[in-house]
Every structure is written in structure tokens, then in C-alpha cells.
Design a protein around this ligand. Sequence first.
Ligand code: TMP
Length: 389
Amino acid sequence: MKCRICETECKMFLDLGRQPIANNFLTEDQFGSEAFYHLGVYFCPACMTVQHRDCPVCSDVFNSTYPFFTGTSQAMIKHFAELAELIKEKYLPAHGQIMEIGSNDGTFLEHFKDGDHMGFDPSESVNRIARAKGIYVYSKPFEGFPVENSKRWQGTTDVFVSANTFAHIPDRHGVIRNIKRMMSVKGIWINEEPYLRSIVDKLAYDQFYNEHVFYTSIVSMQNVLRMHDLEIIDFDLLPTHGGSIRYFIGHKRAERNEKIDDAIKREGLNSFEVFDRFGKDVESHAKRFRQQLIDLKRPIVGYGAAAKSTTVLNYCDIGPDIISRIYDTTPEKQGKFSPGKHIPVVAYSQFAKDDTQDVVLFVWNHGKEIYDKERNRARNWILPVGGAI
Ligand code: TMP
């Protein structure tokens, strides 16, 4: 495939096979009509971007039935409240303008609803909730927002926020172009996403699913930003989503940034060999994981029907004969079946009555919150991917 960023020929380092749309939980009568996509993960040797070749069209994923709601996690509610505090203290001037790309159910933007704000999200399921909170939402993709037609939007935005959304958008140049046009002279773009170095270190291949298109390292992020005269000014590493990075991005500056240059050197994600080794390690881990479950010879249930469980279940070929049901707190998923493998999703309220000892913790990224919540009963928690919590 040709790189979406620089059109160089990319090389695949991990083949996760045929995968259904990761969040497409379905009813029994929909079993025959599921769409599958090939999930290969590719590396570009020129700009170092990691990406998928195939991805579903946006409206097949982000639509009126999109079932991921940020506010289902107490930890994420707290995370966004803290980010809002930081922005108010350091980055947003009085009467300043803030935009969120992928505003979901408004968990973040509700902290700014009394000021000049706007959220962008193509999924009506989440927009309904955000609007009910009094948040102004534009229900179209940000990259298609016609900035060039109106001076009203040019150079006016002081803070952009995108959290686990920029990586979902195939037209990466379109997003950055619009940000460049809209950002005020001292403006900042705060972008969070799972950090590729953490994915590699934790063997967290379940972060690869077909809602995403890209997985960024500092080096690849800097490369694409520089094409638009933007650059990384600073970054923080975060514990969210199993290991994330928060980039602070601004207009390109004249002076050298030693912190970023050093981080790129230390990061070591600039060669195909690193990813090739990772791909091989994933393959053998997945085989061992499947065998580990079979060898238990006991009933097993799952905890958290997250999008990333779809990758593991389909790649490892694990169906209801191995994991009989998955408990989940999201009402929109309950009573449905997991994409591809059709494991029943059961309301979390039933979990306490279930005596099954062995539980696969698909939402290992929320591990601390969950171990705390479930500490009253001893269970054998099994992690689906390599890393510790
Ligand atoms: P994610 O944030 O890792 O994508 O996972 C979200 C899914 O996990 C969502 O369907 C809700 C579910 N979940 C639980 O069932 N119990 C929990 O304690 C948490 C934090 C999430």
C-alpha cells in the first residue's frame, strides 16, 4: 500500500486477518450480514507512520447507533475534568474559543459549555447526549468543515482538543489543514491517543481495530505536522487506555526543541525491524493465549465488551465455546452478540451472581478501577494481551 501521509510504499508487519467492525454488536437476525475488513498493520519507512490499509467508510462506523460513550468510565470522567482544569489555568484566555474534534457524549466539553465552544462528531448516538447537556455540536466530520468559506473561523480558535479521535480519521492532512487555518497565533492543539511505544512494549495488539487508521509515535507525528508548518511543542505520557501520549502542538517555531528531539531519539520507532519483531511476538502470544484458555478446561467469562476485545476474539478464533458470555455496563451492547464471534453480551448487573472463577479482563486498561470495584470476590483474572496493567 501507499502511505496516506507521504505516498511511499509501506510494509505490513502484522496480519490480524479478517475482522468485523469492532463496535458493531449485533442481534441474532443480523448474523449473516456482517461486513468484514482485512486488518493488516503497515509501517511507512519514509515518514514512519503506522497505519491500516483497509478501513470501513466513516458512516458505517460513526452513525446513529455508535455505542461507545466516554461517560461509562468514572476514570475517564475524572481524566477529562482534570484536562479541563489544566486548559482553563494555562491555555484558554478569557472569552477564548475551544473546539473538540470527536466530542462524543460531551464528557469533556461540558466544562466549557458556558463559553465559546464547539464539538464535532459524526455519530448522532453520542451527539444527542451532548446536546442534552447544552453543548453545541456540529454533526459532521471536522476535516470537512468549510473553514475557507468564512473569515469567522480563520485564526480564531485558541484550544483544540482531540482525545482518541484523530487516529480514527483517514484524511489526516485534511484535519491538520483545518487546524492550521483555524488556530490563533498562540493557539494550541492538545491531542491524546494510545502511544505506539506502549502498544509495542505491552504487546497490546488489541489497540489495533478498524475504527482506527493510524497509530502514532512522536517521530511520525512530528513528520506529518511539519508538512503543515505545525510542530510538537511538548508531550506527556498518560496511563489512560493502557498507555497514552498527550501531544501539545502549535505553529512551527524558529528555535530547536531539545526535549522533542531527544524523545524521538530515545523512542526508537523508526525502523521496520522493531515492528517486525513485535508482529512475530504478537503471533506467538495469541497462540499461547488461546491454548491457555482451552487448557483451563473450566467455564470462562469475559469482562468488558470493548472494541478491542473484537480484535483478540477474532484473531485468536475464540467463540462462545471457549468464552460463554461477556459482561458489560453499556445498555446498547447488552442482549446483543460480539462482532464476528457472536459471544452473548450480558448486563453487568448479572456479574455478581455469576460464580465463574476465570474471567478474561478485556478492558485491562481500566484494570485499577475494576479490581477495586470487584475486590469483594476472588476471581482468576486473565489478561488477553501481553503487558501488565
Ligand atoms: P474501553 O474504554 O476500553 O473502550 O472499554 C469500554 C467498554 O467497557 C464499554 O463497553 C463499557 C465497558 N466497561 C465495563 O463493562 N465495565 C467497566 O468497569 C468499564 C470501565 C468499562
